[in-house]
Design a protein around this ligand. Structure first.
Ligand code: NAG
Ligand code: NAG
Length: 240
């Protein structure tokens, strides 16, 4: 069971954790905000365009890696972290527990494929989500063009072991609490379902909970206008 467990956990963390942060300290007098879009630059193409045309400054792919780790390392740089359908570990609810629960809930990843760089009898080192899974549980409410784009641009994602994750994401109360957190639920997400978000929210309460109606897992693809409005709302409500 361990290798399978590891696969899924890592899939969810690396693909699904895409918080969005901004730093009002750097905002100019103009009122423009800097947004850091984490995880996979291309999937933000709609949201980044909308942010830019609204006078904001989307920073593409500024930091690689796992976002809770990011706001832990740079707690002073971020005014708020927004978790869109993302795993949300915290000081009490650790990453191992969140992983185990996500694995238990997500079930089979259908036609996704795995890469075994260290040999066939060792745990996988990378994975690629399959077209069927993307169609049925990731992009099911997004324009079909975005599903096509995803299939063309999808590259293997590195997998992290439980040990790597625990080392990277051990969250202290002090630093963790210094970054305001907003959890955003996608109503019709079939990968990180609403029930699972509520489960994490209950055990690791964020400062605010919002919901995007009619969104699949890829809120930036299925509901880009709602995403922009929500980000502007969060940005307006955040004071330093
Ligand atoms: C994570 O939390 C669970 C449940 O509280 C605990 O059993 C486990 O030892 C913790 N793991 C780590 C790495 O802290
Ligand atoms: C955010 O603030 C700007 C500037 O004050 C305003 O134009 C905009 O309507 C506000 N948006 C939301 C969603 O509150």
């Amino acid at each position: 069971m361990q290798p399978v467990h590891r696969k899924l956990i890592l899939t969810l963390l690396t693909v699904l954790v895409f918080p969005l942060c901004f730093d009002p300290n750097e905002a100019e007098e103009t009122g423009s905000k800097h947004f850091v879009l984490v995880h996979g630059a291309w999937c933000w193409y709609k949201a980044a365009t909308l942010l830019r045309s609204s006078g904001h400054n989307p920073l593409r792919d500024v930091m690689e890696g796992l976002s809770p780790c990011m706001s832990k390392r740079y707690p002073k740089k971020f005014a708020v972290a927004v978790f869109f359908s993302a795993l949300m570990p915290g000081p009490v609810l650790n990453v191992t527990t969140v992983n185990a629960e996500s694995w238990r809930r997500a079930g089979s990843l259908e036609d996704s494929s795995y890469i075994y760089d260290n040999g066939p009898n060792t745990p996988p080192t990378a994975y690629t989500l399959g077209p069927m899974l993307l169609a049925s549980r990731v992009y099911q409410l997004s324009p079909i063009q975005d599903w096509t784009l995803a299939n063309m641009l999808m590259r293997p994602q590195r997998l992290f072991s439980d040990e790597d994750l625990t080392r990277e994401i051990t969250l202290s109360e002090r630093n963790y609490g210094s970054v305001r957190r907003v959890a955003v639920i996608s109503e019709d997400d079939k990968l990180i379902e609403k029930d699972f978000m509520l489960w994490m929210i209950e055990r690791n309460p964020p400062d605010q909970v919002l919901e995007v109606k009619g969104s699949d897992h890829m809120v930036m693809m299925s509901k880009p206008a709602q995403l922009l409005a929500l980000l502007q709302h969060i940005a307006n409500a955040t004071h330093i």
